[in-house]
Design a protein around this ligand. Sequence first.
Ligand code: PLP
Length: 692
Amino acid sequence: MEIYLDANATTPVLPQAKAAAIQAMVEDYGNPSSIHSTGLKARALIDGVRARAQRLLDTGAGQLLFVSGATEGIQTAVLSALHALRARREAGQAIGSQLLYGATEHKAVPEALKHWNAVLGLNLAIRAIPVDTQGRHDLEFLQREAPEAGLVCTMAANNETGVISDLTDIEAALNASGSSAFWMVDGVQALGKLVLRLSQTRIDYAPFSGHKLYAPKGIGLLYVRAGAPFTPLMAGGGQEGALRSGTENMSGIAALGAVLEALEDKEGKTFRSHAEMSGFRTRLAAALEQAFPGLVYNAPLAQSLPTTLNFSVPGLSSRLLQDLFDAADVRVSGGSACSAAKAAPSFVLQAMGLPDWQAAGAVRLSIGPAVDEAFITEACARIEACGESLRRNCMSPSDNLPTVGQGVSRFMLEGACCYVLADAASQRCVLIDPQPEQVSRLAQVLRCQNYPVTAVLSSDGAAAHGEARALLAAELPDLLAASAEVDALGWPLTQTELELGAKRLRRQLLEGGGQALLLSEGGQGQACCLAFVAPQHAQALGEQIGAQTLIAPPSDEAQLLASNVALERGEAVAASLLQLSGTQLQQFVDAHPDALLIDVREPYEQFLSQTPELAGVALQAMPLSRFLNAIPGWLAEQRPLLFFCRSGNRSRQAAQALARLGHSQAWTLSGGLALLPDAPVRAAAADPALLV
Ligand code: PLP
């Protein structure tokens, strides 16, 4: 069962809202502008829903329009205010020189300000109202700047952090400043969670969105204060009193009506009270703190919606945490926008002045007010399982030492690759190109595995690698001797080669600085099987490496995973990447009985959602971080390979890498496990392969 903890992004539709929408589509399908009985029924429905919304939001004499969602409501509000400002300016009145918005507003607000400011030719300055580290608006700034502002926009509650704005203090600051600015309050995240009495305030415009509160997407509301200027965004048939033309979204309005009815029914069982939601959040927070020791909250819980938790965990990226939760069938959201290789820090958390690691590593967990006790109990159990998976995989403090691993592991940081070479028999390891930001994670793994570190090497002598070496020596005094004499590249001065059990690591100094690190299976004379070097240097190594020797690059922005000399010299031709959809899976397996089906997710994900078989075939685990170990064998065998992961991104990388290296049967399962009809995912029992 999926545990959906991403309610600030959107919510499922309530059963009674679905029923009302279907009723409006199938039975009461009239056009409310028609004057016959079918139309009159539809008109009565709209009027009823509007009246309910007016009561709930206490809109007094103000207008309440049905719109397609908050983004449309925001456009309409901004257009209305800016159009009125232009008219005032044309009439010779002062309108101020700027438009103000809270630094943590949803992008729809600053983007709408920019857009309509340009379209209307107003050319006012657009400025962000700073927020403090708790996400609260700087009221002194507001009071100082408001007299020069034509429009002020401040959301009621933030979608990423849940921080609740102090609308009373904002209003007081506006009043004290003597400003006549219009005021828009984005109420999207407040609906159903906070009490809003709009007509009791000087708020001019307040947009809302149905899909954040169990109504379908495509329906929203816009409050406009009585007397506030209004310019329609859409002109046409004159619906909504000519304020918003276009035939009304009757199924959306009906569904929203059912949600508002449940909200108004205080005795009803649909929505939880504020106190109940706070109790749920306390339980979720306790589970998180137990699962992720060292976790920090990115906003004070006491000043946030009781439905939102935004946190970061030192040493664990947002991407990793999202993959972990998803593997446990728990849907959360990154507090930041992540591309495949790089995590862009959240602008909201940056505006709050939080450190970069917190802003880039944030995860948001949000519930809707319709969740119940059993749901929260299951959510807490899953969160605890995520913590257990990290402990088992040396990624979290634990007394429970796992057995040791073997081979090459890759740790990525914003496109840069750090490699750990480990040998179980001799219990030694070598690190190549660690970054200071990775030290706590690497130290955790090494401490947990208890492998002494033979050397911490740098491929190019970057200062960051030296810094990471010193930090590691401080963190792991018993595993890494700080005093060992090494050169600027970290190579021990007295050694010509480093032993890793039966394997040997040699180096070749490169012209212009840096070193190529060459791993071979055995002693003198053995050919190199894996070269840690930037591909452009591969040719310069000449005899040291053969055409098929794998090259592990120090950086991999393009997500190629590996290369070889023949490819770099242009002597080899890449095979094509082959793609398979979920519906072709059984056919593929029947046609390729010798195929290997390979799960490239990381061990901490596999632990949570071990997938024993797909289409009747037993699966192999080969996490992308351990890929280099398996490539030579797969290339030698040339058996059909079908890679899969959660969403199809990592499996595509894997298949692409194999195809580039000349494997003619490397397939990826497009869309990943997420798109399989009944993905055979179950709670894990067996231990997956360990990291190092
Ligand atoms: N404002 C806030 C605070 C939001 O969270 C969102 C949705 O993410 C929007 C505006 C945009 O809403 P809609 O999807 O209805 O256009």
